[in-house]
Design a protein around this ligand. Structure first.
Ligand code: TUI
Length: 311
């Protein structure tokens, strides 16, 4: 199966959820550029997401989706609202969407859960998911333990439904690698943070561009909620406190409202700048359309190079 044909889009590329960042306007920009734009739900309630869906519909006639972050306190209402709104695609993250899948499928949405393990991928297939996104811990935000390189082929072998790779992909080489592992497409987030259309503070974009290979760290492992972010004053303090074994409450105090600090205020010292390890490969801020077309054309070039070397 071809992901672009299945979703009715130009490129086999899905935008990642990106809590507090991916608005209806941004999702429309990605869909208009030929990928599948997604409206994020992390940080928003059901009615706010409904408004974003309406904005997105006004800005594009292309397919788009909503990512349901399952740790969202308003998750049941959002799931119900998604049945009413009949969006083209629903992806999920940070949990298992089992209790919602049948209703979403019944009204015609394509359901593509993000999984970080083989076990969840198999469960999602049994529940009737159309495909799964296998996301490695290179990703930004909430992460699992497996890497993309190890998780993707294991999920591909374990399920019959199509697999989309996520985590550590930001150019044509990443696309080719994902296809080589058996995926039919990719989900990208970090490289889209550094786009003209991305509605984050300019300081956040520059932090992504400046970050090097080891510029991110995973905070929150001890609290059972591992989150990959760009290293800064706040994360260094957080990791120190985590190593000292301070209480969850104290750690929460440090991160309270920190994503908004990064996204809205551009506070790169104390904000939570969620980004994946591939930020070291992202060198400048560009239009979404250029990022997607360069990735796709880069993949074709890389395939020719590899073929030439193998012959
Ligand atoms: O969900 C994500 N990435 C996210 S969500 C997010 S919002 C947030 N804000 C503040 C703190 C924490 C999160 C930012 N980034 N990616 C998909 C993903 N899902 N990664 C890992 C998982 C996952 C992990 C465990 C999915 C299921 C799971 O276990 C469920 C089960 O029942 O096995």
């Amino acid at each position: 199966m071809k992901l672009n044909e299945f979703l009715g889009i130009k490129y086999p590329i899905i935008q990642g959820g990106m809590a507090n960042i991916a608005t209806g306007e941004f999702a429309a920009a990605v869909s208009n550029a030929g990928g599948l734009g997604l409206i994020a739900s992390g940080g928003f309630d059901a009615e706010r997401i409904r408004e974003e869906i309406k904005k997105c519909r006004a800005l594009t006639d292309k397919p788009f989706g909503v990512n349901l972050m399952l740790m969202n306190p308003d998750v049941d209402n959002i799931a119900k609202m998604l049945v009413e709104e009949k969006v083209d695609v629903i992806t999920t993250g940070a949990g298992s969407p089992e209790k919602y899948v049948a209703d979403w499928k019944a009204q015609g949405s394509k359901v593509i859960p993000v999984v970080a393990s083989v076990a969840l991928a198999k469960r999602m297939e049994r529940m009737g998911a159309d495909a799964v996104i296998a996301e490695g811990g290179e990703s930004g935000g909430h992460v699992g333990e497996m890497t993309t390189m190890t998780l993707v082929p294991m999920v591909v072998d374990a399920v019959e439904i199509p697999v989309i790779a996520a985590g550590g992909i930001a150019d044509g080489r990443g696309i080719v690698a994902a296809f080589a592992l058996g995926a039919i497409g990719v989900q990208i987030g970090t490289c889209l943070l550094a786009s003209n259309e991305c509605p984050i503070h300019e300081n956040y974009k520059q932090a992504v561009v400046k970050a090097k290979d080891n510029g991110t760290a995973v905070t929150g492992r001890s609290a059972g909620a591992p989150v990959r972010v760009i290293k800064n004053t706040m994360t260094r303090e957080y990791l120190k406190m985590e190593a000292q074994g301070v209480t969850r409450d104290e750690l929460e105090q440090l991160t309270l409202g920190s994503l908004r600090k990064a996204v809205i205020d551009g506070d790169t010292k104390n904000g939570s700048l969620m980004a994946g390890q591939i930020c070291g490969l992202v060198k400048d801020v560009r239009p979404v359309a250029d990022i997607l077309s360069d990735m796709y054309e880069g993949a074709a070039r890389e395939l020719e190079r590899i073929y030439g070397e193998l012959k």
